[in-house]
Design a binder for this molecule. Structure first.
Ligand code: NAP
Length: 309
């Protein structure tokens, strides 16, 4: 017999852990399924400065350890290293197929977040883990007093470039336009940092090196001129795409693949809700993921109670 719950939460980032806390507090039998370990995207963040309640800032890892501890305090079971293969609605219940079996539930909250987009250029696949990284928090310390390039101009790129500037000798920021997308406060700090150099209007076209990154080839998007920049590391922050492959056509998506929900975070499929970065929304932050987790949990609780009447 497959394990049976009232609610299954898929994904253990800020949205999923918040939903778990709310559902357990409401007395709903819930399990959280996590592909690796709980924590989600903030685990890749050196310092979180815009989550209320932490005026000095807090490391992404410490904040998420607190989220996990809070959910645990309400006895939320978290199944780690559990990958969801498919979700199928059947006669008012869902069957969730995972790598080691099946779980059934009355409702599901999808809080699977996003994964980083690759540059998709020659040399990238060969040199991932050999100088190319998607996580400055995880790998930055390997580049003490060395030169690195950060690709991208969004919040992630600039936040992590600033943290790398504490470790590396030099941080090149390579951006395809001549203006950053990142928040103003991050831009001001970056422009004032003597270790950072901005390479505007350039896109990466190749990463090269014998077994280890040695240089990156950049193309000027205006003149098409190419240049080699010698670096030991390349940190890639060119956006992210939602993790929704296992949902098939149970949900409606926007052109970038993010799940479209209504105001209660319900999807196309009755009993299936989406929360956090995986959802089409205008602001992706820990604070908005927490709001989503709470709302999806309350909506699912109402759905479950309504269908019992
Ligand atoms: P993002 O905001 O989508 O930024 C991606 C950056 O990569 C953009 O500057 C984009 O250039 C560039 N880019 C995209 N494709 C490229 C390509 N093929 N080659 C070169 N450059 C390319 O992604 P993100 O920074 O990972 O942030 C994701 C979400 O999380 C955002 O909503 C962000 O606000 C949020 N976030 C918030 C915080 C915070 O509040 N502290 C921290 C991290 C992330 P263009 O600008 O030209 O499009």
């Amino acid at each position: 017999m497959p394990a049976s719950y009232e609610a299954v939460i898929i994904g253990g980032g800020p949205a999923g852990l918040t939903a778990g806390l709310y559902l357990k507090r409401a007395g709903i039998e819930t399990v959280l399924l996590e592909r690796v370990l709980p924590g989600g995207a903030p685990l890749n963040t050196w310092r979180v400065e815009n989550y209320p309640g932490f005026p000095e800032g807090i490391s992404g890892k410490e904040l998420m350890d607190r989220f996990s501890a809070h959910a645990k305090a309400f006895d939320l079971p978290v199944r780690e290293f559990t990958e969801v293969m498919s979700v199928s609605p059947d006669g008012g219940r869902f069957t969730v197929k995972v790598n080691d079996g099946e779980i059934t539930s009355a409702g599901v909250i999808v809080a699977t977040g996003t994964e980083p987009v690759k540059m998709d250029i020659p040399g990238e696949n060969e040199l991932i883990g050999r100088g190319i990284s998607f996580c400055a928090t995880c790998d930055g310390m390997f580049f003490r007093d060395l030169d690195v390039a950060v690709i991208g101009g969004g919040d992630s790129a600039i936040e992590e470039a600033l943290s790398l500037a504490n470790i590396a000798r030099k941080v090149y920021v390579v951006h395809r336009r001549d203006a950053l997308r990142a928040q103003k406060i991050l831009q001001e700090r970056a422009f004032g940092n003597p270790k950072m150099e901005f390479l505007w209007n350039r896109r990466p076209v190749e990463v090269a090196g014998k077994g280890q990154v040695e240089h990156i080839v950049l193309e000027n998007v205006k003149t098409n001129e190419r240049e080699n920049i010698s670096v030991n590391g390349v940190f890639v922050y060119v956006g992210s795409r939602p993790n929704t492959g296992f949902l098939g056509d149970l949900v409606e998506r926007d052109e970038a693949g993010f799940i479209i929900t209504d105001e209660e975070l319900a999807t196309l499929t009755k009993g299936l809700y989406a929360a956090g970065d995986v959802r089409k929304k205008t602001l992706r932050q820990i604070s908005t993921a927490v709001g989503d987790g709470a709302l999806a949990a309350v909506s699912l609780e109402r759905y479950i109670l309504g269908s019992k009447r």
